[in-house]
Design a protein around this ligand. Structure first.
Ligand code: BDR
Ligand code: CA
Length: 308
């Protein structure tokens, strides 16, 4: 069986780091490259974090810098959760790795167009890079298997009552992707809030005592402290790795086809993912929406990744 070819577009970020960890050097996936966007921190910092993670875990794929700013609005980082570096909590060795010369948009367009098999794009940050790639060359849509994103929520948001951080950070980019006729699988807060890195999860992963589990444990301790300060949670929601876990075992999610409309009205619901789960509007279903998750299967996948 052919392994699924993916490009991971991210903004590390503690939970992005674990998504990279699960996707990299995984025999069940063919990770073609990692593209980076500004989000949890500035592009300069999310880029360095990506290099550091890949160097530490020996993940040898092209890493391409992309957009430093959203398409229309101004950048808003998330340092209250991810800290000054965007990945507070781990001291990496001096960097030897460097970026690929190609810009993220160029990399996505080139890689998707040249591939003999369709490619899945996973986004775990603002969707700016993918939206710009689609605008730059809409022909790529024909060779994208699926877009799997962490973002949005059919219930409440996490940066406003209405909006989740990744969509709120660049609503216009999300609008472009959701309206592009590509297959979209949306993994929102509705399910990622169910996978909390509670202290017992940290203890379970700490026991593995691999290089990867040391990284996991140190990062998650800081992630949890910050999630506790901001949201009062005993364990941080491990949002982004759900995308990769889903590709490794689609049965972890319960999906529902819905129409999803991205609010770009600049009002109080700016950045909301309006998911018509009761089909009030009778509009074309443009999204497979994650409704539920098997948390036990998810943690087994994380554990397996840390052991690899
Ligand atoms: C998303 O926002 C970021 O802070 C996380 O990395 C995740 O991608 C959750 O809302
Ligand atoms: Ca992220």
């Amino acid at each position: 069986m052919n392994t699924r070819k993916i490009i991971l577009d991210c903004d590390p970020g503690h939970d992005d780091a674990i998504a990279i960890l699960l996707a990299g050097n995984n025999p069940k996936l063919d990770l073609l490259g990692i593209t980076v966007v500004a989000g949890n921190q500035t592009l300069e910092k999310t880029g360095i974090n990506t290099l550091n993670i890949c160097q530490y875990l020996d993940i040898d794929v092209p890493i391409c810098l992309g957009s430093a700013n959203p398409i229309i609005k101004n950048i808003e980082i998330c340092d209250v959760i991810h800290g000054e570096t965007g990945l507070d909590g781990f001291d990496f060795e001096p960097l030897r790795r460097d970026f690929d010369k190609r810009n993220a948009i160029e990399f996505i367009v080139q890689t998707v167009k040249e591939s003999k098999e369709k490619i899945t794009i996973v986004t775990t940050g603002p969707m700016t890079n993918l939206a710009l790639a689609i605008k730059y060359d809409p022909m790529i849509l024909q060779n994208i298997e699926e877009v799997v994103l962490m973002g949005g929520s059919y219930a409440n948001g996490n940066v406003s009552p209405a909006a989740e951080f990744n969509i709120f950070s660049d609503p216009e980019a999300a609008y472009i992707v959701f309206n592009s006729d590509v297959k979209v699988t949306m993994i929102g807060l509705d399910v990622t809030r169910k996978v909390l890195v509670l202290p017992e999860i940290i203890s379970r992963m700490e026991k593995i005592n691999s290089k990867a589990s040391v990284l996991f444990t140190k990062l998650m301790k800081v992630f949890n402290e910050n999630q506790n300060k901001v949201f009062g949670l005993a364990g941080g929601p491990l949002h982004d790795p759900v995308t990769i876990a889903y590709l490794l075992d689609p049965s972890i999610l319960e999906l529902k086809p819905v129409h999803c409309d991205i609010d770009i009205s600049h009002g109080s619901s700016y950045g909301r993912t309006n998911c018509d789960i009761f089909d009030y509007m009778h509009l074309e279903k443009n999204t497979y929406l994650a409704m539920d998750i098997s948390t036990s299967k998810f943690w087994d996948i994380v554990e397996e990744g840390l052991k690899r």
